[in-house]
Ligand binder design. Structure first.
Ligand code: FE2
Length: 347
């Protein structure tokens, strides 16, 4: 059985004799449907999966042009090729038919071998198009799958790298997750689009990556740091940015920015460049608030966790000195969502 034999063709003509000739010509090779007027043709096209329509132009009530337009307006049938049936010397009808979406025309009186050849050509074209679009769908799905895998790998590596630094700093994966989620919602509130906020959720995880390079004697010291030790400690910003420098990925570039500038303060008293106000990148101002807030509400060897309401007060107290006042307002307004995140990342 030929690959074409399962294909269904609708024959539309108000002259029964014409239909009879077409049926005789095509019935050996294809499944056929028949309509003697326009409305019947539309009805048939809605309830049968068609591969081709042979459509007479001059019919009472609804002519072939209107039938063709309706077929092309319906998303379910618009891809079905239409071949017009025209009188032999009728150039205007041929032109108009092709303009409104017909792929070809055949002329009356019928030349049987021409009808067969044109039908076969257009059905073969349709099959090729279907195969191509199926292949494209498969390829697109494969690309989506690969992209998803790459993204998952990227997220996993970032999480593991961030844990490597946080574990050394008495922190936990919960701290990393909490800062990440808080930065994401504060970012959204501050005007980042969802994609940018999602990138921030990941890039923020590496803000303290540079702590990998700080000696335990300093990083884990319980007492106050000496001036020299403090200088070394501040170096986690430059170590982190060097660790992340030179990437072509936007995410890692953002992570580099955050690693370098997350301890800058709004009034210019932070480190390590003494940036002021909006000189500090927005993503770093966002992470700066979330990082300090997270430290306040977490237990450390040298201090107990602060109650959440006092931590909010502390952030507000430092508005305009340590933190961007606009971001502080947004942060405080997010209290219900932030408390939800704190509960979900507790432990
Ligand atoms: Fe830090």
């Amino acid at each position: 059985m030929s690959i074409l034999s399962n294909r269904r063709i609708l024959l539309v003509d108000d002259t029964k004799a014409n239909i009879d000739i077409l049926v005789q010509t095509l019935k050996q090779d294809y499944k056929l449907g028949v309509a003697l007027n326009g409305p019947k043709a539309i009805e048939y096209s809605k309830s049968n999966r068609l591969d081709l329509i042979l459509l007479d132009i001059l019919m009472p009530d609804m002519d072939g042009f209107e039938v063709c337009q309706r077929i092309k307006e319906n998303p379910l049938t618009q891809s079905v090729p239409v071949i017009f049936i025209t009188a032999i010397d009728d150039p205007q009808h041929k032109r108009k038919g092709l303009e409104i979406g017909a792929v070809d025309y055949i002329t009356k009186p019928f030349d049987i071998s021409e009808v067969r050849a044109r039908v076969k050509t257009h059905l073969s074209l349709r099959i090729t198009q279907e195969e191509l679009s199926n292949r494209n769908l498969i390829l697109e799905e494969k690309i989506r799958e690969r992209t998803r895998e790459l993204k998952e790998t990227q997220v996993e590596i970032i999480k593991r790298l961030s844990l490597a630094s946080k574990y050394r700093d008495n922190g936990t994966g919960q701290n990393v997750a909490r800062i990440s989620r808080m930065a994401q919602i504060l970012g959204l509130a501050a005007g980042l689009n969802p994609e940018e906020a999602e990138t921030l959720a990941l890039s923020s995880m590496l803000h303290d990556a540079g702590k990998i390079g700080i000696a335990d004697a300093i990083l884990l010291k319980k007492g106050r740091l000496t001036a020299d030790e403090w200088r070394v400690m501040k170096g986690h910003t430059t170590i982190g940015s060097k660790l992340l420098s030179g990437s072509r990925s936007r995410l890692i570039q953002d992570a580099e920015t955050i690693a370098l500038t997350h301890h800058e303060k709004w009034d210019g008293s932070g480190y390590n460049q003494g940036l002021k106000g909006e000189e500090i990148p927005l993503i770093s101002r966002i992470v700066g608030i979330c990082d300090v807030f997270d430290a306040l509400i977490s237990d450390r060897p040298y201090k107990q966790a602060w109650p959440v309401h006092l931590a909010f007060q502390e952030i507000e107290r430092k508005s305009g000195t340590d933190f961007d006042p606009r971001l502080v307002k947004l942060f405080v307004a997010l209290e219900p969502e932030l408390i939800k995140i704190i509960k979900e990342t507790a432990g």
